[in-house]
Design a protein around this ligand. Sequence first.
Ligand SMILES: [Zn+2]
Length: 410
Amino acid sequence: MILTYRQKLRSTRAQHRLLLERLERQRLLYNAALQERRDAWRLARKTVTRLDQQKSLTVVRADDPEGHGVDPANMGRWTLKRVEDAFTGFFSRAGKGGKAGFPRFKPMSRWDTFGLLEVAGLRIDGDRLRLKGMDRPIRMNPDRPLPADARILGVTFTRTGRDWHVAFTVETTEVVASEAPTGEAVGGDLGVEALLTLSNGERIPNVRPASRRAREIRVSRRALARCRKGSNRRRKVKARLARQLRHVADARDTHLHRVSARLTREHPLIVLEDLRIANMTRSAAGTVAEPGTNVSQKRGLNRSILDAGWGRLVWMVRYKAARAGGEMVLVDARGSSQECRDCGAVAAKPLSLRRHRCPCGLDVHRDVNAAGVLLARGLAAKAAGEGGRPLGDANVGRRAVRRPGTLLAA
Ligand SMILES: [Zn+2]
């Protein structure tokens, strides 16, 4: 199965500088490659392909060993792939007639990642990461080793202020649990009031970013708005804000990891909502027929954190279920809050009504009922043999490069 392992690097000051130089060289390469494609398109209506650009990269590297020549060639190829992705996205959006947004040049403030396409020029020895062109290995977290048989398919390095994170996409067979979960199948309703409500009645709360953090972030945002563009102070405030947002995201991630780990340990089948299908009933503003409550609080930062949280939770449950020998099914959640879990009767109810009371006698929290409806839909989908969307690890590593990489020493 294909998994992603992400962790913080313990880079020294000197290594931080070397990584920064790399980041900057890859940004310049990105912009140069973008320029070439733009010119070719504008002047000659000609499309430059990634292969064309890879060939010129080889020439550039031979001409300029001091510059791009010091980085592994596959690092440049990763960047060119990003240019290609930007154009693919542009043409597909333009084809659909939407607002296309021509790919833009990346200023330093919008470029924080470089990576390796296929894995050459990188070696892992225990908790040390050796990168071609750097004479000393970078220390990693010794408590988060990759599985012994992991084959690395791709690597990215991401900068947040002074911190660097590395994400390995690996293929491994090692992680199937010794005992499969033995509990009951369960449905889960993702929500604003509680992160997840289970069909067995359990409510799992959202992680509350400490109000102190929220205040700090507000202060930083305001300070940033007052800074002059391009000023030193603006750069500093921006770095501080990035650090604060990262702390909030980390706290949320820890919570999501705990929740998803427990779910997949206990339940062999977990049915969740397919978030790719819009569900209007859950938007903060509600609909005209069902206006929401506390709209202003639910909008903005809080909302975006919640939205990102749902997607991440589904993603975590998917790969952890596959790892634990269980299964996740995604279903269309539309109408699930209006339908009765027990008798199937449909009755519209306003968002303000928090209980589901049905003539059949069922009287439960509305989210518990909705979770029960999702579970029934998931079981029906499984019985019908279609199994909802792709299950288990089938699309965990969809973005991964499925090319042979180097084998890791155990
Ligand atoms: Zn009923």
